[in-house]
Each structure stands twice: as structure tokens, then as C-alpha cells.
Write a protein that binds this ligand. Structure first.
Ligand code: COA
Length: 174
């Protein structure tokens, strides 16, 4: 374990790390079938978006020079202070359960508090067993006490419905 920790480095993400990180990300979601089909280019776009929005809170784990995990999150000013929202934390399947996820979380949370006084991180997480168990062991609990639920609308379908309603009301399109 000491050898392992010695070979491990947690550091900030640079733009040139995104390709390797996105390969790890896509590999994880090929293994854990959560109904999402991530290709490396799609993952690269998403991780690039995170890096652009909140670059100083994007960290990766490197074992003997090979990227094995990452943590990206977005900082949003809210009525009661800064919240961390969204987020992707992931560790290569061959390196899970060795403390890397916890180390990434510790580094990013410490920095978010020190630099931005972040007060909470409220991610959406899969409800399947083990990540939830892991978050719980770190002190996260199920939200929902603010009357908020997650909803989704297909943009084209919603727009179509609105246009039909406009026509019914005889409103001119803009
Ligand atoms: C969740 C995740 C980031 C944790 O990273 P990690 O480096 O494995 O975490 P740690 O080593 O710090 O913590 C280990 C704990 O996580 C849980 N865990 C991690 N990998 C697991 C696995 N493959 N199966 C079951 N439990 C697992 C266990 O609770 C474990 O505790 P234990 O060793 O006492 O059983 C990582 O497993 C992962 O990338 N999972 C796939 C992506 C994912 O689910 N991300 C979260 C999005 S909701």
C-alpha cells in the first residue's frame, strides 16, 4: 500500500490531459452499464466543458505517470453562498477501492473551501448501490427537503407543443 501511495499523484488537470481522461471515463461507463453510451470523444467534450467552466477545481489521479481517475465540478453562486454542482468523479475499474476517489474528493473539496468558500456539493448520483454507499460513508445524504425534483424535457417536442399552442391562439411566430 505504501508503494502504491508513493506512485500516486493528485494534480490539476491540463487541457492536454483531456484525451487520456476521456478514454478512462468511457471505459468506466462501458463496464458499469447505467444506460449511458459514452464514447471517448463525447466524454472529452463534456470534460472540456467542465475544465472551461471551473478550471481550478479539475483534478486528476496519476499512478506512475498513467491517468487513473479524475474529478470535475462546477461552482455556482447561490443565495446562501457558493455551491458545487453537477460533477464527475471517476476512477479506472482496475484502480477502484484503493482510496483514489476519496483522495480526489479531499483535494477538490479542500480547494473549493479555501479558494471559494464553497458550502455544499450537490451532485446527481446514480441510485444503484455502491456509489451511493460510498457517498453516504463520506457524509452525503439524500436531498429532497427543498421540494425540488429532477425533470427533463425534449427540447424539440416542447418547442413543437408551444408552436402548436401559438397557432391555436393565432399568434404570429417571431
Ligand atoms: C465511486 C468511485 C469514484 C469511488 O472511487 P474509489 O477510488 O473506488 O473509492 P475509494 O477507494 O476512496 O472508496 C472505496 C469505497 O467505494 C465503494 N466502491 C468503490 N468501488 C467499488 C466497486 N467496484 N464495487 C463496490 N464498491 C465499490 C466501496 O464503498 C468502497 O469501500 P470499501 O472498500 O470499504 O468497500 C469509483 O468507484 C468509480 O469511479 N465508480 C464508477 C463511476 C461512478 O460511479 N462515479 C460516481 C458517479 S455517481
Amino acid at each position: 500500500m505504501t508503494d502504491f501511495v508513493e506512485g500516486l499523484k493528485i494534480r490539476k488537470v491540463r487541457k492536454r490531459d483531456l484525451l487520456e481522461l476521456s478514454r478512462v471515463y468511457a471505459q468506466i461507463y462501458r463496464k458499469h452499464d447505467v444506460g449511458e453510451r459514452w464514447s471517448a470523444p463525447a466524454a472529452q467534450k463534456m470534460l472540456g466543458w467542465y475544465l472551461k467552466s471551473t478550471p481550478d477545481l479539475a483534478y486528476l489521479a496519476e499512478y506512475k505517470g498513467k491517468i487513473v481517475g479524475g474529478f470535475f465540478v462546477v461552482l455556482k453562486p447561490y443565495w446562501d453562498g457558493n455551491h458545487l454542482i453537477e460533477g464527475e468523479i471517476f476512477v479506472h475499474p482496475g484502480y477502484q477501492k484503493r482510496g483514489i476517489g476519496s483522495m480526489l474528493m479531499e483535494r477538490v473539496l479542500a480547494r473549493s473551501i479555501k479558494k471559494h468558500n464553497a458550502i455544499v456539493w450537490e451532485p446527481f448520483v446514480f441510485s444503484w448501490d455502491y456509489p451511493l454507499k460510498w457517498y453516504r460513508s463520506l457524509g452525503f445524504k439524500k436531498a429532497g427537503n427543498r421540494g425540488l425534483i429532477s425533470i427533463v424535457g425534449n427540447t424539440r417536442k416542447v418547442l413543437k407543443g408551444l408552436e402548436v399552442a401559438d397557432n391555436d391562439r393565432n399568434l404570429a411566430s417571431p
